[in-house]
Design a protein around this ligand. Structure first.
Ligand SMILES: Nc1ncnc2c1ncn2[C@@H]1O[C@H](COP(=O)(O)OP(=O)(O)O)[C@@H](O)[C@H]1O
Ligand SMILES: [Mg+2]
Length: 312
């Protein structure tokens, strides 16, 4: 599958908090980089997670290389505002006179959508900018905020278009919105877990992406799905062994629990598939004491293979 997903210029990764968004965003960028693309992962005003996940130092406001062909940045309002100001005003000294004062800082606070507009503007600028006839990035992956905040962020240009009078702000909102809804440019990937509430939230988010936002959707990734290790016919004997003395009994009870969890997860994957009209990739739950580059590499490989073998 998601090789078409990686063939866009902008890939927005979103979902409920804690479902593995950052890991999946890092894995998708890694997969693109493995395929020879120059990829940038943008986190949005986050406690930076992607670079450390890849075993690299945090980037902060400046784009920084994490791995070959793979760069990261944490897009934050103040730095994005500064770059935006500089782009409009061109000269550092004018910029400093105009922007680095209390009035503007106050303005940023009272017009929160301006902060979102400049952050989104920075991301979209990176995604589209070309230098000497070559694009700067083959792929920009956005580790977007979780559900409600992502909707608010991605809705900013359209909301401004509805409210702001003609002028530079409106002009910027217009090109941004045009890119966000362009299916040749943008694709959105939803990440969820095989659990009832995350699947509910993914279904609701998908409705908002299709309706309110109108952003082209590319894939649903169900992350951290436990492998069904026991066939149905093995489960009755497991239950019978559960009463045996140690070590057989406790082992059989643990195995029965695993089988039950895998079955429940399978039901949630099926529910997500039925409700969300997108190609689905099932990513395995990795049993691992630590969480870092090795796990992200394994997720990337799994995405590249079309998801966990047992769920294809
Ligand atoms: N496929 C997976 N298998 C096992 N654990 C996972 C998996 N994906 C994520 N996790 C766990 O979930 C934690 C949160 O992941 P992260 O990518 O930071 O989520 P988010 O960005 O959605 O908050 C990770 O630190 C890891 O422990
Ligand atoms: Mg995250």
């Amino acid at each position: 599958m998601p090789l078409p997903l990686l063939d866009h210029r902008l890939l927005i990764v979103t979902g409920k908090g804690g479902v593995g968004k950052s890991s999946v965003a890092a894995a998708l960028a890694l997969l693109a980089a493995r395929g020879g693309k120059r990829a940038l992962v943008c986190e949005v005003n986050a406690l930076e997670r992607v670079a450390p996940l890849l075993g690299a130092p945090r980037a902060g406001d400046e784009i920084r290389q994490a791995l070959p062909s793979l760069y990261t940045v944490n897009v934050r309002p103040a730095a994005a505002m500064r770059e935006y100001g500089l782009m409009v005003l061109k000269y550092q000294t004018i910029y400093e006179a105009v922007f680095e004062n209390r009035v503007v800082r106050h303005f940023l606070k009272v017009v929160p959508s301006l902060a979102e507009l400049v952050m989104l503007g920075k991301i979209l600028h990176e995604a589209r900018v070309e230098e000497g006839g070559r694009r700067r990035w083959d792929l920009v992956v956005v580790d977007a905020p979780s559900t409600g905040h992502a909707v608010q962020l991605l809705r900013t240009p359209a909301a401004l278009l509805e409210t702001v009078p003609p002028g530079p702000l409106r002009r910027d909102a217009r090109w941004m919105q045009a890119l966000l809804v362009d299916p040749a440019f943008t694709s959105l990937a939803l990440v969820t877990l095989p659990e009832e509430l995350p699947v509910n939230e993914a279904i609701e988010l998908d409705e908002q992406v299709r309706g309110l936002l109108g952003i082209p959707r590319g894939a649903l990734l169900v992350n951290s799905v436990p492998e069904p290790r026991f066939a149905d016919r093995e489960r009755a004997p497991l239950r019978e062994l559960a009463g045996e003395p140690s070590p057989l009994g406790p082992a059989a009870r643990a195995a029965a629990l695993l089988a039950l969890r895998a079955e429940q997860a399978g039901r949630q994957v099926a529910r997500a598939r039925a409700a969300i009209d997108l190609p689905v990739t099932v990513l395995p739950m990795l049993a691992s004491g630590t969480w870092g580059r090795e796990e992200v590499e394994r997720l990337a490989t799994s995405v590249g293979e079309g998801g966990a073998s047992w769920a294809r």
